[in-house]
Design a protein around this ligand. Structure first.
Ligand code: PGA
Length: 263
């Protein structure tokens, strides 16, 4: 098993520049720690270059929150994988539930974006998960299965080996209307879904690829809850929204993750 844990901050459309700068002043995780896992900061587009500069030579990766499926052309307001790769962006979130909800992104669109990111050497982090209504209807397995199959359809196993998957039950995301209390999924039930995703990847690609692929949990992860998720065999990382905005809490999440996984 070669999977390197990923701890991703998804700042969404939140921080302003002074807050980004303050984050870097306060995020003091050592280089030794950063060797043990991949810390990725997904900033808003206009901040990416500044974030890259603030990272400097530290082993912290920069990620985008979205990408378009063509390299260039008349697509006002979009950004391409070519442009992201140009300045060293190494990861991109694709198919986040907020994009699916507000921008009508389907699995078909997600697939096109994944292809484009891979072509430019950027790791797509494919986000998927069931809605509150789907969970209540007992449909989690079927929905997740459909997402995984549809997003990975038509890809060669060697391409699938280069993606990461984030299971984010939509109802557990702290900005979700059904989640005013900021409640995460339980680690045990997340583990069941992660195991299912790994089994599906084995069916679609190969079992070796399924063993190596990073599957992350996202949805109301905090310094207090991250340990429970990290303790699960098939949870290889976390995608953190709200609790990543402050350096202190994101740093605690990184340290707690390392501790639980005994890295
Ligand atoms: P949250 O966001 O940690 O605030 O729930 C996670 C996400 O939406 O990626």
């Amino acid at each position: 098993m070669h999977r390197k844990p990923l701890v991703i901050a998804n700042w969404k459309m939140n921080l302003d520049l002074s807050q980004v700068e303050r984050f870097f002043q306060q995020f003091t995780v050592s280089d030794d720690v950063l060797k043990k896992l991949e810390v990725i900061l997904c900033a808003t587009l206009v901040h990416l270059e500044r974030v890259q500069r603030l990272v400097g030579s530290r082993a912290i990766a920069v990620g985008a929150q979205n990408v378009f499926w063509e390299d260039r052309g008349a697509f006002t307001g979009e950004v391409s994988a070519l442009q992201l790769a140009d300045f060293g962006c190494r990861y991109v979130l694709v198919g986040h539930s907020e994009r699916r909800e507000h921008f009508q992104e389907t699995d078909g669109v997600v697939g096109k974006k994944v292809r484009q990111a891979l072509q430019r050497g950027i790791t797509p982090v494919i986000c998927l998960g069931e809605s509150y209504e789907e969970k209540e209807a007992g449909d989690t397995k079927r929905v997740v299965q459909n997402h995984v199959r549809a997003c990975l359809e038509g890809f060669e196993p060697r391409d699938i080996a280069k993606v990461a998957i984030a299971y984010e039950p939509v109802w557990a995301i702290s900005t979700n209307v059904h989640n005013v209390d900021g409640k995460a999924d339980s680690p045990k039930s997340a583990q069941v879904v992660h195991k299912l995703i790994r089994r599906l990847v084995a069916e679609i690609a190969t079992s070796t690829i399924a063993e190596d692929i990073g599957i992350l949990y996202g949805g109301s992860v905090t310094p207090e809850t991250v340990g429970g998720f990290a303790a699960m065999d098939d949870i290889d990382g976390v995608l953190v929204g709200g609790a990543s905005k402050e350096a202190a809490s994101f740093q605690k999440i990184v340290m707690e993750f390392i501790k639980q996984k005994k890295l």
